[in-house]
Design a protein. Structure first.
Length: 194
């Protein structure tokens, strides 16, 4: 286990001391007591920083050194020596699980943003609003259709020819549906213009 001060860790990782101070504030520096002083555990801190790195910004800063990956496994560390806090899988397993979860979170956020954009641009409608509108449209159609027999009854009361009675009923139903069609056109125009 290699240890040292914050500035020694900055030199080890190839980053600025200010960045190491930022990591410490974020709780991403592993400190151990040695000889009564707090020291940075280089290997554990390297793994912690790698496992909690933001994929969108990882290793793209101006201070990053292209010839060295500061968060790669230490060369003197035996394979499989690092274990996760959960007690299994090792640092690589934790890293893979974390990165997969981070990628899923980003995909979810992107899909959510896309849906919000489509809703704001009018491509998507809220389900409850659509259901309410469809219900109201069919209720209006039902009301218009139920008025047709009442109007037809008055007209056919004295008729005896079945063909004339059928024509009156058909005419009243046509009026009912045409009236509903006009109401729907008015409502849709009012909603579209709002």
């Amino acid at each position: 286990m290699r240890t040292g001060s914050l500035s020694e860790y900055a030199a080890h990782a190839g980053v600025s001391p200010a960045y190491v101070t930022k990591l410490k504030r974020q709780g991403r520096i592993v400190l151990v007591k040695q000889d009564g002083r707090e020291q940075v555990n280089f290997d554990a801190t390297d793994r912690l920083v790698a496992n909690t790195a933001d994929l969108a910004r990882a290793r793209n800063g101006g201070n990053a050194k292209p010839d060295r990956d500061p968060f790669a496994a230490a060369p003197d560390e035996p394979a499989g020596a690092a274990t996760s806090a959960g007690g299994g899988g090792g640092a690589a397993g934790v890293d893979a699980v974390f990165r997969k979860a981070q990628a899923q979170e980003r995909v979810f956020s992107a899909k959510k943003a896309e849906l919000e954009f489509k809703r704001l641009s009018g491509e998507l409608l809220e389900k409850a609003g659509v259901e309410r509108t469809v219900f109201n449209m069919f209720r209006l159609l039902r009301d218009h259709a139920f008025q047709a027999p009442q109007r037809a009854a008055v007209r056919v009361m004295t008729m005896s020819d079945p063909r004339e009675i059928e024509n009156v009923i058909s005419e009243e139903l046509r009026k009912a549906f045409d009236g509903w069609d006009e109401k729907m056109a008015e409502r849709l125009a009012a909603k579209g213009g709002a």
